[in-house]
Structure formats: structure tokens, C-alpha cells
Design a protein around this ligand. Structure first.
Ligand code: ZN
Length: 209
């Protein structure tokens, strides 16, 4: 299956769908991953501006992704809405080149301004051509409709934690959602809902079989 992952910023897919990404990589699915912005302002004092870019490429290397399997844009953080049409045009170009069967991106219920833009343009670009689901980032939502669950093994959760450990700048900033016990507890909570040990939850916009 050709699967397109959409990350408004470096780290969003790793947090919301990192276990699924590890599972899909191991299953041999054809993965393509777009990152729209590298938030230079979300760094500890004194860190070089390209820190998150390096942390993202380290995460991609951890997964064994090749350079042609991801693309990093440089839209300005919190101002991606000023480039909405360019974002759409990029997505339409990827739709034609990669022809994804499944698109995984942020939720329409995500209140981060950049995430909202990517969620909207994702639906605009792919609503007639692909299944579309949204990952969960609980700290950004006021509601989330957990409609689809992807079961994860212990090994896949360990891969997710390994991926997140590449974001040393965010761990240094003490971001609570990078803490291992939170990641494990969150996956256990979603797992409990479907009688399995670990899971990630998604909203479904389109499901084409
Ligand atoms: Zn983000």
C-alpha cells in the first residue's frame, strides 16, 4: 500500500503515528512523508536553528527511510496559513506523482494553527482519491473521535520511543508528551479500548476499499 504521512512540523507524525509508521515500515508498505515546517522558535536557547531538521533526519534514519522517501519544506511556523495555496499545490503534485492509497495527517479538531491548515488542505487534495485518517495529539484537541485503532506490539512501541529519543532539544525543553511513561500509558489507554496491549487511535474522514 502507498501511504503518505503529513507532518505540519518535525515530530508530529512521530508523536501521533510513530508506532503505525514503524509497523507500516516493517510490513514493507511504500512510505512517503512530508514535513511542512521546522520550528526554529521551539528550541532551547543557544541551539542552532537547524537542530530540529537534524533531529528529524536522525529519526528518519532510525526508521531506515531513504532520502527520497521524505521531503521537508520550510514554511514559516505559525504562519503556514499565509501559504495555504502553495501547500495545496504541493499536495496535489504529490497526489499525481505518488498516488497515495492512504493519507495520514493531523486532525480537523487540532487547534494548532499550522495543523489546521495541513488538515484542511489534506482533505481538499485527497478527498476523491484516497482513504484519509487523522492521528491524535491530545494536547492540541478539545475533542477527538477515536474511530479507527491500529494495534501495536511491544516492539512497535519501543520503535516509537526510539524515534522520539532523536528529539533531544524537545526532551531538554521538558515537553511532557516526549516522556516515555506518557507515550507508553497513552498507547496502553488506546489498547485497553480494543482489548489489546497497545494501540494508536485515528479519526476517519474517508475509507476506500
Ligand atoms: Zn506540530
Amino acid at each position: 500500500m502507498r501511504v503518505l504521512f503529513l507532518s505540519p512540523h518535525t515530530d508530529d507524525v512521530e508523536l501521533g503515528a510513530g508506532g503505525t509508521l514503524a509497523k507500516f515500515m516493517a510490513a514493507g508498505h511504500d512510505i512517503f512523508w512530508l514535513v511542512f515546517s521546522t520550528p526554529r522558535i521551539s528550541l532551547p536557547d543557544g541551539k542552532p536553528g537547524d537542530t530540529l531538521l537534524h533531529e528529524f533526519t536522525n529519526a528518519a534514519n532510525t526508521l531506515g527511510l531513504k532520502e527520497e522517501q521524505y521531503r521537508i519544506y520550510d514554511f514559516p511556523v505559525r504562519r503556514v496559513h499565509e501559504h495555504r495555496q502553495e501547500v495545496l499545490e504541493e499536495l496535489v503534485a504529490v497526489r499525481k506523482d505518488f498516488e497515495p492509497e492512504l493519507v495520514i495527517g493531523p486532525s480537523l479538531h487540532d487547534f494548532h494553527q499550522d495543523h489546521q491548515v495541513i488538515a484542511n488542505e489534506m482533505l481538499r487534495a485527497f478527498k476523491n482519491s484516497a482513504s484519509i485518517i487523522s492521528y491524535e495529539l491530545p494536547w492540541n484537541h478539545v475533542k477527538f473521535d477515536a474511530q479507527l485503532f491500529i494495534r501495536l506490539t511491544q516492539k512497535e512501541i519501543e520503535r516509537k520511543i526510539e524515534l522520539l529519543k532523536n528529539y533531544r532539544s524537545q526532551i531538554e525543553l521538558g515537553r511532557p508528551y516526549f516522556k516515555e511513561d506518557f507515550i507508553v500509558g497513552w498507547a496502553r489507554m488506546r489498547g485497553v479500548q480494543i482489548h489489546t496491549e497497545f494501540a494508536e487511535a485515528y479519526e476517519v474522514h474517508r475509507w476506500i476499499i
